[in-house]
Design a protein around this ligand. Structure first.
Ligand SMILES: [Zn+2]
Length: 127
């Protein structure tokens, strides 16, 4: 794996979380091909090609272009990170667990899979 590939893998969250109705959250690895009909789950057969990113008013958007060696296809990850909202100014005593929940809510990210042309293949989960 080249240095450039390694750097791009660092931009990809290892896991995203998918909400299951009444059954909590499921953890899904992004080390897999998201093209329809391909079941490649081998990270060594996936190559990040390039990154594109831009800022919108309330979010940061990042695309990682991927090549799958199993099906020979290309797809893209799209990561949207909602920018942090201002922290509440009112101070109150909280349990550590509540603090943690707030931190997570402040750095909310959404992951999508797109095909080579940018057509949406679906929302993958949250990171
Ligand atoms: Zn594939």
């Amino acid at each position: 794996m080249s240095e450039e590939n390694k750097k791009l893998w660092m931009e990809i969250p290892a896991y995203v979380f998918v909400a299951l109705a009444r059954r909590g959250m499921e953890k899904i690895s992004l080390d897999q091909c998201f093209l329809p009909g391909c079941d490649n789950q081998d990270k060594n057969k996936l190559k990040p090609l390039k990154k594109e990113e831009y800022d919108e008013e309330d979010r940061h958007v990042k695309f990682i272009h991927m090549k799958c060696d199993e099906c020979g296809g290309k797809f893209q990850f799209k990561f949207e990170t909602i920018k942090k909202v201002a922290k509440p100014t009112k101070k109150k005593i909280k349990k550590p667990s509540e603090d943690k929940e707030e931190e997570e809510a402040l750095s909310m990210g959404l992951a999508y899979a797109l095909d080579e042309e940018g057509n949406n293949l679906g929302h993958i989960g949250y990171f």
